[in-house]
Ligand binder design. Structure first.
Ligand code: EPZ
Length: 428
């Protein structure tokens, strides 16, 4: 296994370019199953989750090639299979996003039921209820979801809660269904809108993406297309916090500031100077300690749950007491115990963390538990005195492209080492 070794105390300065969005590219790659042909998908980030999705598409019969650093050629001519196996789904829950496209084009899908993960049970009952409303017969057998979509037809589906994956899966299923589908209380995340834009380039008839009601009129077939994935707003937000927690000055290039409105507003409230340009965010933190701010995660366009752990790291050194409430996932506070090992003063009360800012954090050995918690520990390490060792960093590689290289380019002292190297260094 690999670790990050971080020597804190360095002000970050310079500029970084944001990679393509993990949470946009995964449904976009799934959408290539909706018709036969060759797709050119640009701005694809080199992430472990992307490699897993590529592996799954190949199992389903796609031929996939990298063309250069960021472009994927996906040929779905021979994509005739419809079973998404446990061995892949257990590694990445987002594999469930192939269910909608498979039902749409093959009228069949057999998908391993995704287990939970560190941050919660993460059911997919709303995906399944929606498919049933669209005339599908759904059966659970030996850990697999068996979907028969021979009678797939449009339906009015009203989500009781916002679900990004549920909106994406059912939107894709609806593109080739008989008649019109209306998704009410639909998710409005930029990644949902990006998927809708690609589907429309493929000939899908969709309107209302980015609003609470999405209407999809089924068509008889779709065509392949070329598409470029939006930048990753969570990566951009993570680097804004890296700037804030180290008192630095950073330019974030190749991003869409509008996708980060709630995060930018909260970082300004914390005392950061932020100027937005065309595809660029210029940020500086001139205060030694940020102001304490309260945050409550909610669906887009409110403050995103995927930035909660990172923002908490910043509030650990704030001048005052903050409350951070996680409303989306029931167990997304695993970073709290690790931050406390670094000297943070955090008390958990149900879904709310009460963070009493401290003057200093100290380096420690900490362990990553999930993707965004890992980022939070790296950010805290950048601020801490002494050395921080973050283990199990395979979590962070799922969602950040070479994060240590980008941080080093801003002056951070961070190294990726293998455990055995560590042992050798210590003469163990
Ligand atoms: C997507 O997950 C993202 N992943 C998550 O990013 C993100 O945190 C989440 O949306 C919320 O924005 C991808 O896009 C690949 P949901 P998803 O369905 O679709 C409950 C990251 O760090 N729910 O919007 O799985 C669910 O338990 C990851 O990049 C049901 O109850 O999230 C949760 O409490 C983490 N039944 C809430 O809804 C369902 O059928 C929101 O989940 C579906 C969801």
């Amino acid at each position: 296994m690999e670790k990050f070794i971080i020597e804190g105390g360095v002000r970050l300065e310079g500029e970084i370019r944001v990679s393509g969005s993990k949470n946009a590219v995964l449904p976009i790659l799934s959408a290539t199953l909706l018709c036969k042909g060759t797709f050119r998908i640009d701005n694809v980030p080199r992430l472990n989750d992307v490699y897993t999705m590529i592996e799954l598409l190949k199992i389903l019969g796609c031929d996939i090639l990298w063309e250069g650093e960021k472009r994927l050629l996906v040929n779905s001519e021979r994509a005739e299979k419809y079973v998404a196996p446990y061995e892949v789904v257990k590694r990445m829950r987002a594999s469930v996003l192939v269910m909608g496209p498979l039902v749409a084009r093959m009228r069949r899908a057999v998908v391993s039921y995704p287990g939970g993960c560190a941050i919660g049970v993460r059911p997919i009952d709303l995906h399944i209820e929606g498919l049933k409303k669209m005339g599908c017969h759904v059966e659970m057998k030996e850990g697999y979801i068996h979907v028969n979509g021979e009678n797939l037809k449009g339906a009015r589906i009203s989500f009781p809660i916002k679900t990004v994956g549920g909106t994406e899966n059912l939107m894709m299923a609806a593109t080739l269904a008989e008649g019109e589908t209306i998704l009410e209380n639909a998710a409005k995340e930029p990644e949902v809108v990006d998927l809708a834009r690609m589907l429309k380039k493929m000939g899908a008839e969709i309107e209302g993406e980015g609003t609470d009601v999405i209407r999809i009129r089924g068509v008889s077939n779709l065509r392949p297309c070329d598409y470029s994935v939006i930048p990753d707003r969570i990566e951009a937000g993570t680097f804004l916090v890296a700037c804030g927690i180290t008192g630095g000055e950073v330019a974030i290039k190749g991003c869409i500031p509008e996708h980060l409105r709630a995060v930018i507003d909260k970082l300004k409230e914390a005392g950061m100077d932020i100027v937005e340009g065309d595809g660029t965010i210029l940020a500086a933190m001139r205060r030694r300690r940020p102001f304490a701010c309260d945050v409550s995660t909610m669906p887009y366009p409110s403050f995103p749950t995927d930035m909660q752990a990172q923002f908490m790291a910043l509030m650990c050194v704030a001048d005052g007491v903050s409350t951070i409430t996680e409303n989306i996932f029931e167990n997304r506070m695993l970073h709290v115990a690790e931050l406390k090992r670094m000297g943070a003063d955090i008390r958990l009360c149900g879904r709310t963390a009460i963070v009493r800012g401290v003057e200093y954090l100290s380096g420690a050995k900490v362990m990553a538990s999930d993707l965004r918690a890992s980022a939070s520990l790296v950010l805290a390490g950048l601020r801490s005195s002494g050395i921080t060792e973050v283990s199990r960093i395979y979590h962070i590689d799922r969602g950040y492209e070479r994060i240590e290289e980008k941080l080093k380019a801003l002056g951070a002292k961070i190294e990726r080492v293998k455990d055995e190297d560590m042992a050798a260094r210590k003469g163990i």
